[in-house]
Design a binder for this molecule. Structure first.
Ligand code: PEP
Ligand code: MG
Length: 557
């Protein structure tokens, strides 16, 4: 039995087989091939496919990011065709009877090492390009996707780290838990784990990965952050007991379904759910969410290998609105960038991606992408109660630019004779200190505010939410953050607008009373937290001198 400790980011216990998540580029195995001519033909077909892909990407980049930026794909194409590179691969297949994937990977390693050792900085940078094209050829050689997305049984996924795009592609029904060597509790992977109800532990350290063999029995305790490999009988029975108790507590919470979110002295609040896909609507409904407070629409883009079209998006938004049967649904427009990357956006490398072209900035820089989403949203608006929310706002001028595009999208629909609703609420996320500080001027422009505490904390405390080393400096209850929220709530109400919180802090029940005192009207949390927050709300008494009731009373309420 070996114990590793990290930080639990979703409290639940999983017991099952552990599997190491391997990315495709780490999967290349050396295999013996007899028919080398057939292997070379396979290589040539894969290179043709890679070239076709690169030409397509080049053309797309040309129109979207200009010739100078598109040039890199032309260079990649030339690299695939490079004679020396190909001679090296073919020579290896012929002389060592190895499979094409292996020969490509070894040739790429050799060329990358050669480029890296050159004095010229430009040539050194070509090492990354050669690895990039070798991955592309290897992908074309085998159409298999990453190990984790092809799970055949339920497992605990062990990984160095997981990008949001990798996490969304996992077969959620087969993931018992996530355990990662790195990661931070506010990363989107951690958020996804919470919204998927999956025990998750981050920051376990790299050693644990070499200790895990696929199929080992393991315990992932998301409450304590402990990951136990090959547990002995007593650890196993303790974990089974804890899992049972947790399930009983969840069952108890079910008794709160259908009850109001009301404090003992009668203050009501909305408790909504955060979701990342239409498939999570069931979870939101089972947990009795009053509406959807945040639909992270970017996951639709992260799950795709190309821009989702208007029709595809419309169908998803319509499904969400119809499933919520008139309850409010707030869909956040595309918040791609920073840690949420989709290759086909071809975003340039940024020194500080969290401070870069993300969220609404990207949408304003690429209005065609934004207009497609806005048309899809407005088309869906007739099927329920829709609110549209815009991320990463810092100035009033952005809101004006957004509104101009909303009008354009509506005009385009009207010209095409397509129906849309005029009752769509438009709101903004308050997730930059700038937006909070000027909330007095922003409030008259919008219907509502929703505080994105994950980013508000990151930007206020200057703590990269992706950096696990900053956890100790990142006090999520910091006075500066609390004051900004309170100040924004005052400004919202001054202008008779409602204000919610949709960042992870909304589910922190140690703050529920403080938030209600600030006048927060809505808390939007992962579906599995809805009833826990309801429980907390129902135990609060805002009257002076009133004491908090204890847990046991919960069932009687
Ligand atoms: C936030 O920043 O709090 C938020 C809800 O948005 P995201 O976590 O997707 O950045
Ligand atoms: Mg955010």
């Amino acid at each position: 039995m070996t114990k590793f400790t990290g930080k639990g980011v979703y409290g639940a216990v999983a017991i099952g087989k552990a599997v190491v998540f391997r990315r495709q580029d780490a999967q290349v195995k050396r295999q013996h091939v007899e028919d080398t001519a057939a292997e070379i033909a396979r290589l040539s077909a894969a290179e043709d496919a890679a070239i076709a892909q690169l030409e397509e990407i080049y053309n797309k980049a040309l129109t979207e990011v200009g010739e100078a930026n598109a040039q890199i794909f032309e260079i990649h194409r030339m690299m695939v065709e490079d004679e020396d590179f190909n001679e090296s691969i073919i020579g290896m297949i012929n002389s060592r009877n190895v499979n094409a994937e292996y020969a490509v990977a070894v040739a790429a390693d050799n060329f990358a090492a050669m480029f890296s050792s050159m004095d010229d900085a430009y040539m050194q940078a070509r090492a990354a390009d050669i690895r990039d094209i070798s991955n592309r050829i290897i992908k074309c050689l085998s159409d298999s996707t990453s190990a984790g997305s092809k799970l055949t049984e339920s497992v605990i996924i062990c990984a160095d780290d997981l990008a949001p795009s990798e996490t969304v592609l996992l077969d959620k029904d087969k993931v018992l838990a996530f355990v990662t060597a790195h990661g931070s509790s506010n990363s989107h992977t951690a958020i996804l784990a919470r919204s998927m109800n999956i025990p998750a532990i981050i920051g376990v350290g790299t050693d644990f990965l070499s200790a895990v063999s696929d199929g080992d029995t393991a315990i992932a305790d998301g409450f304590t952050g402990e990951f136990i490999l090959s547990p002995d009988a007593s650890a196993l029975s303790a974990a089974q007991e804890k899992k049972k108790q947790d399930e009983e507590k969840r069952d108890l919470l079910q008794k709160l379904k259908g009850k109001d979110n009301v404090t003992r002295d009668g203050r009501k609040i909305n408790i909504f759910a955060n979701i990342g896909s239409a498939d999570s609507i069931g979870e939101a409904l089972i947990n009795d969410a009053g509406g959807i407070g945040l639909f992270r629409s970017e996951f639709l883009y992260l799950e795709s290998s190309d821009y989702p079209g208007e029709e595809e998006q419309f169908r998803v938004y319509k499904r969400v609105l119809e499933s919520m049967a008139g309850r409010k649904v707030i869909i956040r427009t595309l918040d791609i960038g920073a840690d949420k990357q989709a290759d086909y956006f071809m975003l340039g490398k940024e020194e500080n991606p969290a401070l870069g072209l993300r969220g609404v900035r990207l949408c304003l820089a690429r209005p065609e992408i934004f207009l497609t989403q806005l048309r899809a949203l407005y088309r869906a608006s007739v099927y329920g109660t829709l609110g549209i929310m815009f991320p990463m706002i810092t100035s009033a001028s952005e809101i004006r630019d957004i509104y101009a595009l909303c009008s354009k999208a509506k005009d385009q629909l009207a010209d095409a004779g397509i129906e849309y609703s005029d009752k769509v609420e438009l709101g903004i996320m308050i997730e930059t200190p700038a937006a909070a500080i000027i909330s007095d001027s922003l409030a008259p422009l919008v219907d509502f505010f929703s505080v994105g505490t994950n980013d508000l904390i990151q930007y206020t405390l200057a703590c990269d939410r992706q950096n696990p080393d900053l956890e100790r400096f990142c006090d999520t209850h910091h006075e500066a953050v609390m004051r900004l929220i309170e100040f924004t709530a005052k400004n919202a109400h001054k202008h008779k607008k409602w204000i919610g919180i949709c960042g992870e802090l909304a589910a922190d029940t140690s703050l529920t009373k403080a938030f209600i005192n600030m006048g927060i009207d809505e808390l939007s949390v992962s579906p599995s937290f809805v009833l826990r927050v309801r429980e907390a709300v129902r135990q609060i008494d805002l009257r002076k001198g009133a004491k908090k009731t204890d847990d046991k009373e919960m069932a009687d309420i």
